[in-house]
Design a protein around this ligand. Structure first.
Ligand SMILES: NC(=O)c1ccc[n+]([C@@H]2O[C@H](COP(=O)([O-])OP(=O)(O)OC[C@H]3O[C@@H](n4cnc5c(N)ncnc54)[C@H](OP(=O)(O)O)[C@@H]3O)[C@@H](O)[C@H]2O)c1
Length: 249
């Protein structure tokens, strides 16, 4: 199959077309013809050599990167149920994938645990943009923050890949959602459901938001987030490293 691979870590100039073998599906795996894949920050980190175990455990050069994908099932293992050849699906490959089995190629072989059927009305391109960013936002709301209906949450970085999902998921959970973004993103974020959009270039969120139940930080500004929280509020970050002092706040 044709792939876009790298022969060493580095800039995007390292990408080159390489023919690689496909991987035959095991009993509980399917092979998917890739129609679309998406790029997340971990793709860039992988290309630059900034990821370590478990991501890199099976890697060698030439290396086909990529996790999120959408496509059509072309082969199935014997024990697969709930999917058929020809089904349109989307998903994200397991963190550790073999060097020839990333998504920047014509085919990927994945366990059915990593798959879902493509919902009606969603294009391959749209579906490929969902898994990692969407699941990161969902996990933050549901499991880290345990967000409840009626609570107030600040999503820092609402216009980012994860922030866009976080706003919509928090609204679906019934929360009141404030978010930070540049002024040109106000209309979009309001359409997605944000109750309040703060232009962080002009206004310090901590000056106008108080006693929030939750903060979801996607920009690494933990100190501002902590100032917005009420005493027993919760902050989850996907972009910063809390110090012991902050964790105790
Ligand atoms: N994407 C993922 O799947 C994923 C998964 C796990 C962790 N992460 C981590 O999460 C972080 C965010 O990733 P992402 O992909 O969501 O980001 P992204 O799409 O690269 O976000 C870019 C946006 O961040 C906004 N921004 C930058 N500084 C800001 C600030 N001080 N306050 C408010 N907004 C600010 C800007 O919005 P404006 O243009 O409106 O200014 C910019 O458009 C990264 O550290 C990434 O490594 C990402």
């Amino acid at each position: 199959m044709k792939t876009i691979a790298i022969n060493q870590y580095g800039s995007a100039d390292e990408f080159t077309m390489v023919d690689m073998p496909t991987t035959e599906p095991q009993a509980d795996e399917v092979q998917v013809a890739i129609h679309a894949f998406s790029l997340n920050p971990m793709d860039i980190a992988g290309r630059m050599g900034a990821l370590s175990s478990p991501f890199t455990d099976l890697w060698a050069f030439p290396l086909v990167l990529g996790w999120d994908f959408a496509g059509v099932i072309t082969k199935m293992g014997k024990a697969v149920t709930g999917f058929n050849i020809g089904d349109a699906v989307f998903g994200s490959a397991a963190p550790a994938h073999a060097a020839n089995n990333g998504t920047y190629g014509e085919f990927i072989t994945v366990n059915t645990k990593e798959l879902a059927h493509l919902p009606a009305g969603l294009s391959f391109d749209q579906a490929a943009a969902l898994p990692i960013a969407g699941l990161t936002a969902y996990y933050g709301m549901k499991h880290n923050l345990k967000l409840q209906s009626g609570q107030k949450i600040l999503v820092q970085g609402g216009a980012g890949g994860v922030g866009l999902f976080a706003i919509q998921i928090a609204k679906a959970f019934g929360a009141y959602v404030a978010t930070t973004a540049s002024a040109n993103h106000r209309d979009l974020l309001t359409r997605l459901g944000a109750d309040e959009v703060i232009d962080y270039h002009e206004t310090d969120p901590a000056a106008v938001l108080h006693d929030y139940d939750a903060v979801f930080d996607t920009v690494g500004d933990i100190d501002t987030g902590l100032k917005v929280l009420k005493a027993d509020g919760q902050l989850a970050t996907i972009a910063g490293q809390p110090t012991d002092g902050r964790a105790a706040t």
